[in-house]
Ligand binder design. Structure first.
Ligand code: ATP
Ligand code: MG
Length: 446
């Protein structure tokens, strides 16, 4: 029994009382991405395992340790997506999108799955907001996606976050660099973890991304790629920095960032916060000029980032930033008796059709119990409907904050109540803006 009443380790429920925060974040990132010309793409939650092995890279932690891989009933090896880019790249190829006008700009909000050790800011199921630009080689594109992430943080009012930037070059510059890394790490080989010892030959840069403390310590003094960039990569990096300067986006160069996925080339970056503990990277991304080709497509320089919405929310909460809560129930109609219940249902329907958040009794409760419920759900107004009210065609509307009541006609209630809500909003806006209510006109918004 215990098993079926407990969510699987590393997964979470998002309850109605909290969901508005995620909805607000989702709406915010979608709106900002749209302003930048990114269009939403949705790809399947599972793909052929080989896509991630090829796309993310055989020697990455993600592929070696973290994937949810299983054989389906047809004997195919399937993997739940651990990240968003590989699936988008596959769709880009499958649908021949590279034949359309380039660059193509995609965005998505998707759940990802990684078998990791759950801890604060690290789950086995987590949501990522991601963007990808496919078919853009120039450094202006790198600066554009960084500025998109930056715009999200600014819009949300985040002040304490820093952008760390690096270039990890291209396969050309890496030849020499890999040799230097192998020499360096080989001298420390006895102290490396087993996985790193194995990866040393095949992909020595992966050692710089290892999370094992001893490997991290050794990595601190390793040679840095910035000293090995070829002239083209150095020029590209220089221009990315100049674009960021031009857009007044502050950054620091951190030559130790390599990112956890093999497909990155040239620019890599992270937005890191110190206020949310060890999992401080809220957004990570970079350029992946070789990925589309690696998957069998034409040479298509591309880039993108992934931002964990769970970590983004932790960041906002850690910095005392509150997201707007929904205003909730405007009017609760409490009927007494069957005839009143039918009229209450009709009134509620008319109010809802007019845009009012209205509720009524669907349980058959006593008036007292209904009023208690109306109070619990935070109804702004209540209206009691009994035989007398039905006969007279009017009822008492009660303001639950002030306790004041006023008589309202039942006919046309959907319009008169809407008017009342507008008056209320006008008064509150006028107070916030320190204006006379006559100077605020909300009618245009309705
Ligand atoms: P980390 O170094 O924290 O493991 P990563 O390099 O594996 O991160 P990416 O693959 O670049 O992360 O994913 C981009 C973003 O997705 C991260 O910056 C983070 O916000 C989020 N993310 C990654 N893994 C998790 C996870 N297990 N739980 C929650 N969010 C995650
Ligand atoms: Mg990771």
């Amino acid at each position: 029994m215990a098993l079926i009443t407990k969510a699987i380790k590393g997964t979470q429920d998002f309850l109605p009382s909290d969901i508005y925060k995620y909805q607000f974040l989702e709406q915010t990132v979608r709106d900002i991405a749209e302003k930048f010309g990114f269009r939403e793409i949705r790809t399947p939650v599972f793909e052929h395992t080989e896509l991630f092995q090829r796309g993310v890279g055989e020697t990455t932690d993600v592929v070696q340790k973290e994937m949810y891989t299983f054989d389906d009933k047809g004997g195919r090896s399937i993997t739940l997506r651990p990240e968003g880019t590989a699936g988008v790249a596959r769709a880009f190829l499958e649908h021949g999108l590279f034949n359309d006008a380039l660059p193509q700009k995609f965005c998505y909000l998707t759940n990802c799955y990684r078998y990791e050790k759950p801890q604060a800011g690290r789950w086995r199921e987590f949501q990522q907001f991601g963007v990808e630009i496919m078919g853009a080689a120039a450094p202006a594109a790198d600066a554009e996606i960084i500025s998109l992430a930056n715009e999200i943080f600014s819009f949300l009012g985040v002040e304490e976050i820093r952008l760390e930037l690096n270039s990890i070059g291209c396969p050309d510059c890496r030849k020499q660099y890999h040799a230097a890394l192998r020499d360096y790490f080989a001298a420390h080989s006895d102290d490396l973890c087993g996985t790193c010892r194995e990866r040393l030959e095949k992909n020595p840069m992966r050692l710089l991304d290892c999370k094992v403390p001893t490997c991290r310590e050794i990595g601190k003094n390793a040679p840095v790629i910035l000293d090995y960039l070829c002239p083209d990569c150095a020029d590209h990096f220089d221009k990315v920095k100049r674009y960021l300067d031009a857009m007044e986006i502050p950054f620091t160069v951190n030559p130790r960032i390599v990112r956890g996925l093999d497909y990155y080339t040239r620019t890599v970056f992270e937005f890191v916060a110190d206020t949310i503990g060890a999992q401080g990277t809220v957004c990570g991304g970079g350029r992946y000029d070789g990925l589309i080709e690696e998957l069998g497509g034409p040479h298509t320089p591309s880039l993108g980032f992934g931002m964990g919405t769970g970590r983004l929310l932790m960041l906002l909460e850690s910095q005392g930033i509150e997201l707007p809560a929904p205003t909730g129930c405007d009017l609760y109609i409490a009927p007494m008796g069957e005839a009143a219940s039918f009229r209450a249902a009709a009134l509620t329907a008319a109010l809802r059709a007019n845009g009012v958040h209205a509720q009524t009794d669907v349980v058959g409760r006593s008036l007292k119990a209904q009023m208690k419920y109306a109070d619990k759900i935070g109804a702004k107004y209540t209206l009691v409907l009994g035989d007398n009210e039905l006969a007279e065609g009017k009822a008492n509307l009660k303001d639950m904050d002030s306790g004041e009541t006023s008589a309202v006609a039942l006919d046309g209630l959907e319009d008169s109540f809407m008017e009342l809500l507008v008056q209320r909003a006008t008064a509150s806006l006028a107070e916030t803006l320190d204006l006379d209510p006559g100077e605020v006109d909300l009618s245009a918004l309705i």
